[in-house]
Design a protein around this ligand. Structure first.
Ligand code: LEU
Length: 493
């Protein structure tokens, strides 16, 4: 069976950008920047983007393109004993897939509420008590299934499933060609109105005004690196799968630069949008900006609805915002599921239709854990360990394997041969020295801090089970698959 291919270069770029731009840009990036020193966050963020994000993207596009396989097959071709890293990455993707869809589900519900602002004036109480119905739950005492959350999640799954089931060109590429232009239009529509609101500029000043006291804080650097890998969808099987469908004649360097720059440009635009609204809100309520912002999850589902209440024509701007969130989330969710589906197709030789049905069907059932009263807590805890422990570990190991064993120089000469413009020696320096060193320090600090202080005040038993235990289980299962796989499984199907 011949490997599927993208129909056009634009199709691939839109799909890669569609994966990169997601909830991470609209919902996570602004509050990350806010919490980590505003303008001071941009220095580590841009540093991570240039020295880790771009080289990583070039590296993953080259791996997928050259080795023609989803992550497990690609790594097994680098060396049979590295297949486990591919599975570890596929497991990261699988876990992200089941909680990411919950946030898309919330966004779909909020899209509905935004037409009439039926979230009322106390948006905090609405989100936590009325919508999530969070009681005294814990991540392991989840309460019962909430159908008003489960149904929008099912809608999101149905769209993702339809795209994956219909194939790379007929499903994913087609969906990206509709979703990405729509998303850009929505954001342009929003931003042209928002930046002219009174007070918006104060919000932007707040976002861009550097707080240099934070620049030496290891947490800020960790946040910046974590954000770059998450937002670029690298290090967890997605971009390797997407680039494995590139036609032979493809320009890797250019595609990688474009994907990274469009994504980061979009993040900054989303930051402007959100902080513009917050500045306006602060002015309307005559309060300092810090008092109107609630960080984290609350930014998109508590603060933004409160701001929408105050906007002129909220019934237009509100739906525009939540539709943008839904569209951005869906195109990313599709890519996460494709990373998993593609690995299953490679490994088990299943048809796409069968693999898509099994993967999405199972994913749907498991994701229902997040549609319960305690779903938010479960999401918060798992998201922390996946991003700060599993993903950074996976990225570090990938850099070491490719940089030192597979040879960064080979990747560079491979990609330079097929690309319009060539990349210099800086690529190897970043892949072999700079990024692994930065990641080792950041990951080391994260591990020690999390080990000593736990996270978010959750019980030790919950951290052991859903944090450390989960990551360890992913590793062990990945290694078992690797040990039991026969060399012929690695041949091209
Ligand atoms: N890159 C996506 C985002 O920023 C997330 C990823 C899990 C597909 O939201």
């Amino acid at each position: 069976m011949k490997r599927e291919q993208w129909g056009s270069r634009a199709g691939f770029i839109l799909a890669a950008v569609g994966s990169a731009i997601g909830l991470g840009n609209i919902w996570r990036f602004p509050y990350m920047a806010y919490e980590n020193g505003g303008g001071a966050f941009f220095i580590p963020y841009l540093f991570a983007m240039l020295t880790a994000g771009i080289p990583f993207m070039i590296m993953e596009f080259s791996l997928g393109h050259k080795l023609r396989g989803a992550a497990p097959r690609a790594f097994s071709k680098v060396g049979i004993k590295f297949e486990w890293l591919g599975w570890f990455q596929v497991f990261i993707a699988t876990i992200i897939a089941v909680y990411y869809v919950a946030v898309i589900g919330w966004a779909i519900s909020y899209l509905g509420h935004s037409f009439t602002q039926s979230w009322g004036t106390d948006t905090n109480a609405f989100f936590f008590s009325e919508y999530l119905k969070l009681g005294d739950n814990t991540p392991t005492q989840l309460g019962s299934l909430q159908f008003h959350i489960a149904i929008p999640m099912a809608i999101a799954w149905a769209i993702t499933f339809a795209a994956i089931f219909s194939g790379v060109k007929g499903g994913i590429e087609r969906a990206s060609k509709i979703m990405m232009p729509l998303l850009f239009l929505l954001v342009i529509g929003l931003i042209t109105r928002i930046v002219f609101l009174p007070g918006a500029m104060d919000g932007l000043n707040y976002l861009f005004q550097p707080d240099f006291s934070k620049i030496l804080d290891a947490k800020v650097w960790s946040a910046a690196y974590g954000q770059i890998f998450f937002t670029l969808s690298v290090g967890f099987a997605i971009m390797i799968a997407y680039s494995s469908y590139l036609p032979e004649k493809s320009d890797i360097n250019n595609n990688a630069f474009m994907t990274v720059l469009i994504n980061c440009g979009f993040s900054i635009t989303a930051g402007i949008l959100i902080f513009g609204v917050l500045g306006y809100m602060a002015q309307e309520q005559a309060k300092p900006l810090t008092e109107v912002v609630s960080a984290g999850v609350g930014l998109a589902f508590v603060t933004i609805p409160a701001a929408i209440n105050l906007l002129p024509a909220p019934y237009i701007l509100g739906p525009l915002f939540f539709l943008a969130l839904v569209v951005a989330g869906l195109s990313s969710h599709i890519s996460i599921l494709e990373a998993v589906t593609s690995a299953i197709i490679d490994k088990l030789n299943w048809s796409r239709k069968k693999a898509a049905s099994v993967v999405c069907g199972t994913g749907f059932v498991v994701s229902m854990a997040f549609a319960t009263n305690g779903g938010l807590l479960l999401l918060d805890l798992i998201d922390y360990f996946i991003n700060n422990v599993a993903l950074l570990t996976s990225c570090l190991i990938e850099l070491l394997i490719i940089g030192w064993l597979f040879k960064a120089a080979d990747v560079r000469s491979y990609t330079n041969k097929i690309s319009e413009f060539t990349i210099g020696k800086w690529f190897e320096i970043c892949i072999r020295f700079l990024s692994p060193a930065m990641l080792a320090v950041i990951l080391g600090t994260n591990l020690v801090n999390t080990f000593n202080d736990g996270y978010g005040g959750y019980a030790m038993s919950d951290l052991m089970l859903l944090g450390w235990g989960l990551v360890a289980a992913m590793f062990v299962v990945a290694v078992i698959i690797n040990l039991t796989s026969k060399p012929q499984t690695h041949q091209e199907a």
